[in-house]
Write a protein that binds this ligand. Structure first.
Ligand code: TEU
Length: 554
């Protein structure tokens, strides 16, 4: 294992993800907006984060909450105006906070002018911006299924051909084989960089190069073939990213993180290799896919700690010195981390939320905090399908229950545990109406626990999850070992304790985390005065209390 030597600002940064629709509503329409974010910059400053990753704020018909973009150079009305955006960028910069934009270029909205033109005729100059194919035997060109249900091919009457959409029917995939389309994307990216933004989080960037043979894919347990095999880490993806780097990224001091579904260690070393000239870092998916079964994410399994440790440790050690990790336990597509990896029962919620934060922030890589994670926000466990909003879970509910693959009762339980809406309930600002998120009716119900769990309460309480995260961020700034140190797992076989060490320039930190609600003996623990960097409870015995976590110098 090597000590990563190249120091950069984005390795040392802590990123905070904002999902604008659910963050803060300033005008009472029930939908979060940019002015809402501006009003909460002080809160983020107090937390101490360096970078905001803003989920899409571009013009969009919202088939997938902004991940279907109809104009890359406009702000969607519900979120405000370009003037509001410019003000946000300016104010954030004055406070020393950078802004990274979501870049969604695997697909556009079907309402984007490129697609509107493309579907009109086979001779349109925009025809090849998208992926059009003839049908086969009266059906789609192959058996690929879309992420949000149904076939990945949509028949279009005007030219009697099918277009590919890896996600929603309203998200046609761009054809990256087409040079004009690529150039148009780079042009748009330069336009944003020239505005002064600080980087891009690239949506499903691992999927932009498709196997041009478009073969049928294996069916795992649902009704359709899994297209990932032929769309993820495709034949030309690295060529395209090197081109993008040359044309755009290398010309600015920005940070880039690729959302790389299906990425392996070997692929990550190419996407985010120190010398590859593609991206700065990637989001790998292995730890958030643990326990996935024949119906993919739709199940109620709990993560096995030994598996979690194996996956995290593999990424920690194998990228060390050659590429860079992103560290995350939640985002807008994942359930709340405390509900999934911790314990959201009232007596353990706070302590297990802190334990997870400590466990993650002491690893090598750039940590990402998803809005509300710093408060220990939980899944809402809505008990009616009507309370959910996300196309993914609603479509899956119908597709899987109607095909008889799962009962309605089980599917609702799976949704309570795994739906993306778990992360999308409004940010809980205070104990007042709608948790202080809006004076109107929120677009999705607020988690009923907002009177106990909210920012106002936590800001006042020095022992809150918020202040624990604040301290974690501060420690990272004071101790380069947290950023650059090498990582060593201590107890691979232990199914209850996550123990690891970091080493850097002759110094060592040991991290101990109890992932259970039991008191456990722990020989790894030393209890001398003055060595502890941070802990989530006072316990000087050679034991770990339920969900206890501690980091100390050894
Ligand atoms: O997500 C891509 C992706 O891999 C997800 O579809 C993931 O598999 C799924 O959400 C897990 O349930 C990105 C965005 O983060 C997501 O919000 C978008 O819906 C999607 O791309 C399409 O743009």
């Amino acid at each position: 294992m090597m000590e990563s030597t190249k120091h950069t600002w984005w390795k040392e940064a802590v990123v905070y993800q904002i999902y604008p629709k659910s963050f803060m509503d300033s005008d009472g329409d029930g939908i979060g907006d940019i002015r809402g974010i501006i009003g909460r910059l002080d809160y983020l400053k107090e937390l101490g984060i360096d970078v905001i990753w803003l989920s899409p704020v571009y013009q969009s018909p919202n088939a997938d909450n902004g991940y279907d973009i109809s104009d890359y150079r406009a702000i969607q009305k519900e979120f405000g105006s370009m003037e509001d955006f410019d003000e946000l960028l300016d104010k954030a910069h004055k406070m020393g906070i950078k802004i990274v934009m979501d870049l969604v270029v695997n697909h556009t909205s079907d309402e984007h002018p490129w697609f509107v033109e493309s579907r009109k005729s086979k001779d349109s100059p925009y025809r090849d911006y998208y992926i059009w194919k003839e049908g086969k035997a009266g059906g789609p060109p192959n058996n690929w299924g879309a992420s949000f249900g149904g076939s990945a091919w949509e028949y279009d009457e005007s030219t009697e051909m099918y277009y590919l959409h890896s996600f929603h029917t309203k998200q046609p995939d761009l054809n990256w084989e087409n040079e004009d389309a690529r150039k148009a994307v780079y042009d748009m990216m330069r336009w944003w960089c020239d505005k002064g933004i600080d980087g891009f989080r690239m949506d499903v960037i691992s999927m932009i190069s498709k196997d041009q043979n478009f073969p049928d894919a294996q069916v795992h347990g649902g009704l359709y073939g899994n297209l990932g095999e032929f769309t993820m880490n495709g034949p030309r993806v690295h060529e395209f990213l090197k081109e993008m780097n040359r044309e755009v990224l290398s010309r600015y001091d920005i940070m880039t993180v690729g959302e790389t579904a299906g990425v392996t260690i070997e692929e990550a070393k190419r996407y985010a290799g120190e010398t590859e000239e593609e991206l700065n870092m990637v989001f790998q998916f292995e730890h958030v896919c643990l326990g996935d079964g024949k119906l993919g994410k739709w199940n109620d399994s709990r993560v096995d700690l030994r598996e979690l440790k194996a996956v995290m440790s593999k990424w920690q050690t194998e990228l060390s010195g050659t590429a860079w990790n992103s560290l995350y336990l939640g985002n807008h597509d994942q359930p709340r981390s405390v509900s999934r990896f911790g314990d959201d029962r009232p007596e353990y919620r706070e302590i297990s939320a802190k334990m997870l934060g400590l466990c993650l922030h002491f690893m090598q890589g750039t940590p990402y905090i998803y809005q509300g994670e710093e408060l220990g926000m939980t899944n809402p466990y809505f008990d009616r399908l009507e309370d959910y909003r996300d196309v993914e879970c609603i479509n899956a509910y119908h597709e899987l229950t109607e095909a008889g693959l799962v009962s309605q009762k089980d599917m609702l339980r799976y949704i309570q545990l795994r739906s993306r809406d778990n992360a999308r309930t409004p940010m809980q600002w205070d104990g007042g109406e709608n948790g202080g998120f809006t004076r109107g009716i929120p677009w999705i119900g607020i988690n009923p626990n907002y009177s106990q769990i909210n920012a106002k309460k936590e800001l006042k309480d020095p022992h809150s999850v918020f202040h624990f995260y604040r301290k974690l961020i501060q420690l990272r700034k004071e101790n380069k070992i947290m950023v650059y140190g090498t990582y060593q797992l201590l107890s691979p076989e232990d199914d209850s304790i996550y123990a690891y060490e970091r080493a850097y320039q002759g110094k060592r930190i040991r991290v101990l985390c109890n992932f259970t609600d039991r008191i456990l003996p722990c020989e790894w623990k030393t209890c001398e005065e003055g060595v502890v960097l941070i802990r989530n409870c006072e316990n000087t015995d050679k034991t770990l209390l339920p969900y206890e976590a501690v980091a100390f110098w050894v």
